[in-house]
Design a protein around this ligand. Structure first.
Ligand code: MG
Length: 260
């Protein structure tokens, strides 16, 4: 019996030693530390200023980066004191440049003069890829359907919290958007994902986008259109950003984007 126990202990000891030797050899051969490429060194920035590698879409002086969405005429929103304002009839605008994966910053301010209610109070919107609306609305004590309030992905995802400020105050959006990917047969391979930070608070946490936010919405898995028109999904995954004229007064400043 004693001999048998010694045999078992000896065999267990050999197994443990062999396992340790194998793990040690493995640790020596697999080095998980990545040596490159080095992340580019850039200068970070505070809430409103653009980092050094950002594309400034509106810096306060002109809307040269934008055109009117449908007609492609020069954008005609009012510019005053570093602020651009959409007023009824000034028409939706889009960027001349198209974007895929992005980090986007914008500051917006619904007018302090309260006239309408619900969707008719401080309504605008930033459309990612031209077709996914992150809703801009005066959501300070202004009930509406929850997937239509400020910070919502329109008609798809309500915000996690209501981080709205009283009307007349500047508010910020920091948005990270992963563009959709389409296969060679124009079929969706990976949908778009969006994170939205409203006034410093996460209100959308990497949510999946279920196609365009217009009604009727296409189903997930919808095909793209190779040479897309306004409000259609392009197959390249790169489309303009759009700022909405919804017939109310909303001001904007400090709009910049970083391509990821
Ligand atoms: Mg809107």
């Amino acid at each position: 019996m004693k001999f048998f126990l010694n045999q078992v202990l000896a065999s267990a000891f050999v197994t443990v030693v062999l396992a340790m030797m194998t793990a040690s050899l493995y640790a020596q051969t697999v080095d998980w530390r990545q040596r490159g490429p080095e992340p580019a060194k850039i200068e970070g920035a505070g809430m409103s200023a653009a980092p050094s590698d950002a594309i400034v879409l509106f810096g306060g002086n002109n809307l040269d980066a934008w055109v009117t969405a449908v007609s492609e005429e020069p954008a005609s929103w009012r510019i005053e004191n570093g602020v651009t304002t959409v007023t009824p009839g000034s028409r939706t605008i889009k960027t001349k440049q198209v974007f895929g994966d992005i980090q986007l910053h914008l500051e917006w301010r619904p007018t302090a003069i309260i006239e309408g209610s619900g969707q008719s109070r401080g309504n605008s919107g930033i459309f990612l890829q031209s077709i996914y609306e992150v809703q801009i609305l005066d959501s300070w004590e202004n009930p509406t359907y929850v997937n239509g309030q400020a910070g919502s992905i329109y008609l798809q995802h309500p915000p996690l919290v209501n981080a709205a400020k009283p009307p007349g105050n500047w508010q910020s959006y920091d948005i990270i958007c992963k563009a959709p990917v389409f296969g060679s047969n124009d079929v969706l391979r990976s949908p778009a994902y969006v994170t939205v930070i409203h006034n410093g608070v996460v209100v959308q946490n990497n949510v999946e986008l279920q196609g365009a936010t217009y009604t009727p919405m296409p189903e997930v898995g919808a095909r793209c259109v190779p040479s897309a028109q306004e409000r259609e999904q392009d197959c390249s995954g790169k489309m303009p950003l759009t700022l909405q004229d919804h017939g109310q007064v909303v001001s904007f400043r400090n709009i910049w984007v970083r391509e990821l």
